[in-house]
Design a protein around this ligand. Structure first.
Ligand code: CMC
Length: 431
């Protein structure tokens, strides 16, 4: 880490000696104050629930400038990657730090393709679930269970194990998500077909059946690929931090990624795309565009607990660049499928317009996030609402694994162990 010119000094009003704290500089973004020795020097901890001001690690993978609305993977703007690369190029970039050349690209595609099947026994494990189980419950179980099937890639301290686990996870996630879907439907699982693209293969495993040939629609294939790229990584968000914390104990990569899947499920995180679409359905049921005013009133009422789902972000306080790209894809998909006049899309656009002009949202810097439009695209493609977060998990797996592997390879890595401000009863005796 590079020391900044700036220095920080912490002083106390009770006369305790001042403490000098080093300040480090990243390549871009805010500097950080190094408080690692604070407890040893002062006997005090810092207090930062929700990590509002805390950098939990150093990372060279993803950078977000929330005020500018900028997202970079390994330095490349998301807009350029979405335009010029496919998801597997993006995976290679996130894992290795550079975009692949032609030979590396072919090798990587080949490698991932060779790992798309899952152990046949996985389908019997899947059978233990109720057919109506939420796909995220199923996926949490299936991903964790991979560690029981691939014993030769569970040692997180072995770089070869880490690499092969990364490839297995990226390759097998589409297969698992599609299996979870088919199981719920009661249809036969479709084995992967390796002459298709990553997104095309996923679509076939989802919507194909053994009785008919499945033809991949290139517009939908491109849209899926873009959804995957936009969700591939997002620096130290809740699920990624969960994966890092879980992996910091030395647990195997499959278990750490399963923890990420579980965290992603929540409606404040990956579950927001499902929640956003359900919100649109609710407004539609109550009367559609006419009822937006009433809905916004509810959102502004602090006692209602109603949020405008798909709006707001902890980091983006200008706009979410992924939302813009997703809106573009949304237009393309709806047009290709002849759904331009889709009432839900019209409702989403009207809701967005009203919210963007409303003082409540403007003053709090609340803008649409990626989930506002991704649900509409997925619904148009035919993906059921309860599988949206599963698609997000599929796409984010590469980010989780890149971040996990970066942490393990970092010489400064330690088990994650936050401290606390204890406010419970002091020591007392049982009567
Ligand atoms: N609707 C209404 N009010 C909101 C919303 C919203 N969606 N988001 C934030 N606010 C208000 C919040 O009530 C607070 O108001 P006040 O200052 O009067 O108390 C203010 O804006 C600041 O909000 P916050 O909760 O302190 O912000 P945060 O950074 O802790 O939360 C968030 C970020 C994403 C959890 C939140 O904006 C939210 O719950 N949004 C809806 C869920 C959603 O769309 N999540 C997807 C995030 S993007 C995908 C991903 O990366 O997972």
């Amino acid at each position: 880490m590079k020391l900044a010119d700036n220095k920080s000094t912490l002083s106390f009003s009770n006369g305790s000696p001042q403490v000098e704290l080093p300040v480090y500089q990243g390549t871009i973004g805010p500097d950080v104050i190094d408080i690692r020795k604070l407890y040893a020097q002062t006997g005090m901890f810092t207090y930062d629930p929700g990590f509002m001001s805390t950098a939990s690690c150093q990372s060279a993978i993803t950078y977000i400038d929330g005020d500018k609305g900028e997202l970079l993977y390994r330095g490349y703007p998301i807009e350029q990657l979405a335009e010029k690369c496919d998801y597997l190029d993006t995976c290679y970039l996130l894992l290795n730090g550079e975009l692949p050349d032609n030979a590396q690209r072919d090798d990587f595609h080949q490698l991932v393709t060779n790992h798309t099947m899952v152990n046949e026994q996985m389908q019997f494990f899947l059978r233990g679930f109720r057919r109506d189980a939420h796909p995220m419950a199923v996926l949490t179980g299936l991903v964790g269970a991979l560690s029981a099937f691939y014993h030769d890639s569970t040692d997180i301290h072995n770089p070869e194990h880490r690499n092969i686990a990364a490839i297995r996870l990226i390759a097998k996630m589409p297969t698992l998500v599609a299996m979870a879907y088919k199981y719920g439907l009661g249809q036969p699982y479709m084995y992967p077909q390796n002459n298709l693209s990553y997104a095309g293969n996923f679509l076939r495993m989802m919507f194909g059946t053994p009785c008919e040939e499945y033809k991949v629609n290139p517009v939908i294939e491109k849209a899926m690929d873009r959804i995957f790229i936009l969700h591939a990584d997002h620096e130290q968000n809740a699920s990624t931090s969960t994966v890092r914390l879980c992996g910091s104990s030395g647990t195997n990569p499959f278990a750490a990624i399963a923890a990420g899947v579980a965290c992603l499920w929540g409606p404040a995180h990956g579950g927001a795309n499902e929640a956003a679409l359900n919100m649109l359905y609710d407004i539609q049921k109550q009367g559609g565009v006419e009822k937006i005013g009433d809905f916004i009133k509810q959102v502004k009422d602090k006692n209602s607990n109603v949020k405008l789902m798909g709006f707001g972000h902890r980091v983006y306080k200008n706009y979410d660049p992924r939302a813009k790209l997703m809106q573009e894809t949304c237009n393309e998909v709806l047009e290709a499928l002849g759904l331009q006049n889709d009432p839900l899309f019209a409702l989403a656009k009207a809701l967005e317009k009203i919210a963007l002009e409303d003082e409540y949202f403007v003053s709090r810097k609340l803008y649409p996030n990626v989930d506002f439009y991704s649900g509409i695209v997925q619904r148009a493609v035919g993906i059921p609402v309860n599988l949206f977060t599963g698609i997000f998990a599929l796409a984010r797996t590469v980010g989780w694994i890149a971040q996990l592997n970066e942490m393990i390879a970092d010489p400064e890595y330690k088990i994650g162990r936050p401290r606390q401000l204890y406010v419970g009863s002091p020591r007392r005796n049982v009567p």
